[in-house]
Design a protein around this ligand. Structure first.
Ligand code: SAH
Length: 371
């Protein structure tokens, strides 16, 4: 049997895997065994799955495979940030970044190759949209990180948090993202709590509602402006789903059901565009009835970018207004400076590489996006 004909089990959810085994006359608990081998032990070889019958191992090796994207480049920064350039089956490349912090380790994963949404300040937008990642390619980023990161003594896991803040719009690749998220939460796979998995969106309203109904993990909204005219320019999807609708979806998300107490509002600070004290006050007013905390992301410039990062004084002034208005406000700092692991940069470079092939230069990564 050729490789193409084998089914990749890596991205299958527990129910999908149980079906797969049931169809072949195997007991559903085989799904749990294989999940543990794949996601807890990082094993990709059926032959090593010692608690499966020999005959089962044999037919699995014929019919199926367990395949994560291939690492083509690995870099480590002085602050412990790690990034991997991963090659997909079709030759496209994506990057995954690990950001260690006191008491936690956050993995920033991609959901698409490129992006169709065209946000004016984002380098991924310039590359356009290539394709959605499969569930296996999304969860495979965790597999790679787990294999490459050794827990230190007394530490049970290295990746404690996952943020879908790499390349792409996760809610426009809903099914694959939902399947990968269910594996992040699944006890027999990664077993992360809902609060430790964050989906970041520009505000795809139907996707926010669907996520609430199916996999209500932590939600981050890329807000960037609270005036529709300005947000239309920065985030063109705002013309389809304007602020009132997006913020209403956020209120629904945290409301009934009580899965989450707060949304994370991401706000990229662009000098002279959305960083004035008046705009900070307008932001504070507009979010009054949305349970949230605010992440300020000083713009990360990239070659040819049309915007500038505000000075430290302007950033502090903006933050202070929000803090005084009662918001928990965090200013994100770029991580992995020495390997250029800064927010929003990775993506452009990655897409460049994706087009030119993995051998081309460029050593940028996405960001210190740890929420
Ligand atoms: N499409 C999703 C996921 C990408 S998340 C979303 O937009 O939420 C990446 C975060 O980094 C978003 O908040 C995005 O607005 C921000 N970002 C993109 N380019 C940036 C840049 N050059 N500097 C700072 N932040 C950037």
């Amino acid at each position: 049997m050729t490789d193409q004909a084998r089914l990749n089990l890596l991205g299958m959810t527990r129910p999908q895997l149980a079906d797969f085994f049931a169809q072949r006359g195997e007991k559903p608990f085989r799904a749990v065994q294989v999940l543990k081998w794949m996601h807890q032990r990082g094993c990709g070889d059926f032959e090593q799955m010692s608690d499966l019958a020999k005959s089962a191992r044999a037919w699995l090796a014929e019919a199926a495979e367990i395949r994560a994207p291939e690492v083509v480049l690995e870099q480590s920064a002085a602050d412990g940030t790690r990034k991997w350039l991963l090659r997909l089956d079709d030759g496209n490349c994506i990057e995954t970044v690990f950001i260690p912090e006191e008491g936690r380790g956050t993995l920033c994963v991609s959901s698409q190759v490129g992006c169709a949404l065209g946000c004016s300040f984002c380098s991924t937008a310039r590359q356009g949209f290539n394709r959605n990642l499969t569930a296996a390619e999304i969860i495979g980023q965790l597999q790679v990180a787990r294999q490459r990161l050794q827990p230190s003594e007394g530490q049970s896991r290295v990746v404690t948090n996952v943020v879908l803040m790499g390349m792409g719009e996760p809610l426009l690749n809903f099914d694959a993202v939902a399947a990968a998220v269910s594996l992040m939460l699944e006890d027999h796979a990664y077993g992360l709590s809902r609060r430790r998995v964050t989906v970041s969106t520009v505000g795809v309203v139907p996707g926010i509602d669907r996520l609430r109904e199916t996999e209500p993990v932590a939600l981050a909204l890329s807000l960037h402006a609270v005036d529709d005219a300005l947000r239309d320019q920065l985030v063109p999807l705002n013309r389809k789903y304007p602020l009132d609708q997006v913020l209403a979806a956020c209120r629904r998300y945290v409301g009934r059901g009580g899965h989450h107490d707060r949304i994370t509002m991401e706000y990229v600070l662009l000098e002279g565009v959305n960083d004035s004290p008046d705009q900070a006050r307008a932001l504070a007013r507009r979010l009054r009835d949305v349970p949230c905390k605010i992440n300020l992301i000083p713009f990360n410039p990239y070659p040819g970018s049309p915007y500038r990062r505000p000075g430290e004084a302007a950033i502090a002034r903006f933050r202070d207004i929000l803090v005084q208005a009662g918001y928990t406000t965090i200013t994100r700092r770029p991580r992995g400076d020495d390997i250029d692991a800064a927010c929003g940069q990775l993506v452009g470079r990655v897409a460049e590489r994706a087009r030119r092939g993995p051998s081309a230069g460029g050593e940028r990564v996405p960001s210190g996006t740890a929420a």
